[in-house]
Design a protein around this ligand. Structure first.
Ligand SMILES: [Zn+2]
Length: 194
């Protein structure tokens, strides 16, 4: 599995690359004030925490059992879409505690969800097998491993579809992060040329 810092950096610098660019540009142009900085840091903290969320049982198991087992909570695999959706719920609760407003809380939840999904993406990219469809299916697999040119010779349509799934999965996670950030103070818009 990738190191925890790799998960955080992947989410912040790759999935939220536009937000990082916007923030750095805002700081350099001094359009971001010191009063706005705590909110940005809070978002960074929430994103970082949920980028590590599927590995959440690792510290507990390390302290209690002396192992780095981190793939299940009870019978539920933490590296599954099902467990990942709980990030949405916890994100909404955290968002409500911060903003006291359901709409904004929902956007924090979606932001947390995108961070949690980015964890699955990076683990998958690193070759880990994910229980994507638990409990519908108990089969763990890596989507990225199916996008292989050599294997494409055997079943072209199957591997072409896998390629589409991979690209759409990455795109979905990025869009989800940008959608939520655009409702949490970031502005992404087209400005016509003068
Ligand atoms: Zn993991």
């Amino acid at each position: 599995m990738p190191y925890p810092i790799a998960h955080v950096m992947f989410f912040v610098f790759c999935i939220c690359a536009v937000a990082v660019y916007t923030t750095v540009a805002g700081l350099l142009r001094r359009t971001i004030t010191t009063e706005q900085t705590p909110r940005l840091l809070l978002l960074l903290l929430i994103g970082s925490f949920f980028a590590l969320y599927p590995d959440i049982t690792a510290p507990y198991n390390y302290l209690v059992h002396g192992t780095l087992e981190h793939t299940t909570v009870g019978l539920v695999p933490t590296h599954s879409l099902l467990f990942s959706f709980s990030a949405l719920l916890f994100g909404v609760l955290i968002g409500y505690a911060i903003y006291r407003e359901f709409a904004r809380a929902l956007y924090v939840g979606l932001f947390a969800e995108s961070a949690s999904l980015s964890h699955l993406l990076l683990d998958d990219l690193a070759g880990a097998r994910i229980y994507y469809f638990y409990p519908i299916s108990d089969i763990a697999f890596s989507v990225f491993s199916r996008v292989d040119v050599e294997l494409a010779c055997m079943n072209r349509i199957y591997y072409m579809l896998s390629s589409y799934v991979v690209v759409l999965f990455i795109s979905f996670v990025i869009m989800l992060a940008l959608f939520s950030l655009s409702h949490l103070g970031f502005e992404f818009r087209y400005r016509s040329e003068k």
